[in-house]
Design a protein around this ligand. Sequence first.
Ligand SMILES: [Zn+2]
Length: 210
Amino acid sequence: MRVVPLISAGYDSNAYVLLAERVAVIDTGLSAESMRSRLAGVVQPEDVEVVVNTHAHIDHCGGNGAFANARVMLHELDAEAAESGSFYGTASLFGTGSAWKPERLLREGMKIELGDAELEVIHTPGHTPGSICLYLREERALFSGDTLFAGGSFGRTDLEGGNMRQLVESLRRIAELEIEVLYPGHLEVVEGEEARECVEVACEAAERFI
Ligand SMILES: [Zn+2]
């Protein structure tokens, strides 16, 4: 298994390609067109079997349509935002997005099997009610969506469905994990000591808001 980060320079979220026995993509950016061009030279979109969205903001799931053969997974608490096409107000914020329906609804503790890798679902509400982080325990790697970023910054909670108190609790949960690599939803990937530090910094900083 190998993780290929597709780091975004613009409004798109980062996307992560997991080249496992079953190829998976975590988050898909704003549009299918942009997603397809970002995948060039990494994987054919039709070879992707699993798409997981860390939450139902349109900059993280707007590119799902690039994957004709994938089973799309989202936390159950964010399903309504995707099915209604509101995406917690981010469809109007970004001026794009059409409704879609997840094929597998995720909950805390569920496992996503990829053959030679397994993702654990950690429910981390706050940025949205159904935000999740995905943990590759063997690699001590955490895909943190918009819950936690490099440098100890964290996702906004002022959009529809956001909740600062929940976000603080979610950051505290993440702080209990062993993290060697942090793959956030925006900005750069962080490794080693720096990754552990950014969890602590985020916890401290977020606690000041409640
Ligand atoms: Zn978001």
